[in-house]
Ligand binder design. Structure first.
Ligand code: UD1
Ligand code: UDP
Length: 368
């Protein structure tokens, strides 16, 4: 019989951070042996990278570029150079990138420089906030991409306003839905998890912070920590390495005294603890989407959001000074809020997004 070894250079999937692994996991699985995973190394700690690759059963990436911990320009430059060389050597039929990180944009630029078709998963999100590096990463990536997988009609409309050819856009839902569906622990496991952190179901807050607008500014970060200390329930705070470093540099350890600060959690544990929490307080993009799947309210501490689909239902956008007041106003009867959110569908689809994207990638390659 002829050797059926897959041609591993066919489709390059570029990732580098925690949320990219979560949201590309089932696209990689769907592509099967034709996917070559390239990790830029933007995230390099076990808790943010290897733990997630393991959880999703993504075998060791074929390349790990090591661009973590650099300045934004240094990181983008190094990743474009290395990826450009890899693409020139291996000529993949398409390059898949996800989201809005430095890795995302570098993958798109390197593919464009090698005239390789680009697939952007989670295209068309816009905060219209030019202070965020992610907003620039999104815009550049979208305009370079050949297949733009927009999670919702809102993101499709954003692209049309910017003059993107409608033929390049496909509304797909968001791949995070299948990640949550498949990794959410059972109820018994969730209760065990909460108990292992000394927490009672529906009577604790889960919080994450890592955006530069919040944690790179000592006054703003300190205010957030003080507002979290005024919550009506205990607060579990798995701390992103960026935030841990900034808190140490700004001398904010005392302000964390009443919070339960832990290392970043594995994905299943984080989902399980999210689903049993009273509510979340976060500046994460992915958490805003996930809240609509496990049906818990999230107080989003940001100046802007690129995810308006959940505003007014699962999420409220607030300034740091308004965290405690928003909780008092919105979440004083938390079980009533849970009951009303339980009735609402997620705007991000039904869990078939990755399959749809894989089909569309095959279509793109066949047409090319
Ligand atoms: C990056 C993305 C952000 C995304 C987030 C997901 C950009 C511009 N930002 O932000 O959009 O929401 O990932 O978590 O691409 N560090 C470690 N260990 C690690 C990774 C980072 O210690 O494994 C520290 C380093 O000091 C590094 C800092 O965190 O300089 C920031 O890391 P970086 O990847 O630049 O940005 P994030 O804040 O993680
Ligand atoms: N997450 C996790 N453990 C944690 C904190 C977050 O598994 O301790 C997951 C979360 O469920 C979501 C993703 O990490 O899927 C979001 O990553 P992050 O907030 O770092 O990035 P963003 O979504 O803001 O780009």
């Amino acid at each position: 019989m002829e050797d059926q070894k897959p041609d591993k250079s066919r489709i390059a999937v570029v990732l580098g951070t925690r949320p990219e692994i979560v949201k590309l996991a089932y696209v990689i699985r769907g592509l099967g042996p034709s996917a070559t995973v390239i990790h830029t190394g933007q995230h390099y700690d076990f808790d943010l990278s290897a733990s997630f690759l393991e959880t999703f059963g993504i075998e060791e990436p074929s390349l790990f570029l090591g661009v973590g911990g650099m300045s934004r320009a240094g990181q983008i430059g190094a990743a474009v150079t290395s990826l450009g060389e890899v693409f020139a050597d291996t000529s993949p039929r398409a390059v898949v990138v996800q989201g809005d990180t430095n890795t995302t944009m570098a993958g798109a630029i390197a593919a464009n420089a090698n005239e390789i078709p680009i697939v952007h998963v989670e295209a068309g999100l816009r905060s219209r906030d030019r202070r965020m590096p992610e907003e620039h990463n999104r815009v550049v990536t979208d305009h370079l991409s050949d297949l733009l997988c927009a999670p919702t009609e809102v993101s499709r409309a954003n692209l049309l306003v910017e003059g993107v050819d409608p033929e390049r856009i496909l509304v797909t839902g968001n791949t995070v839905v299948e990640a949550v569906q498949r990794l959410m622990p059972s109820e018994a496991e969730r209760l065990r998890l909460a108990a292992s952190h000394g927490l009672e179901p529906n009577r604790y807050v889960l919080s994450t912070f890592h955006r530069p607008e919040n944690v790179d500014d000592p006054d703003r970060f300190s205010l957030i920590l003080r507002q979290l200390s005024a919550m009506p329930f205990p607060v579990l705070l798995p701390l992103h390495p960026r935030s841990r470093k900034k808190a140490a540099a700004f001398g904010l350890t005392d302000e964390m005294g009443s919070l339960r600060v832990v290392d970043p959690l594995g994905y299943g544990d984080f989902l399980g603890l999210s689903a049993e929490s009273a509510f979340l307080v976060s500046d994460s993009g992915g958490v805003q989407e996930e809240s609509s799947i496990y049906k818990r309210p999230v107080v989003v501490v940001r100046r802007s959001t690129e995810r308006p689909e959940v505003l007014g239902t699962f999420a409220r956008l607030v300034e740091p000074a308004a965290i405690a007041a928003t909780v008092e106003d919105w979440l004083s009867d938390v079980s009533a809020v849970h009951q009303s959110l339980a009735q609402l569908p997620s705007p991000y689809g039904d869990g078939s997004t990755s399959d749809l994207i894989v089909q569309a990638i095959h279509g793109l390659i066949e047409d090319a």
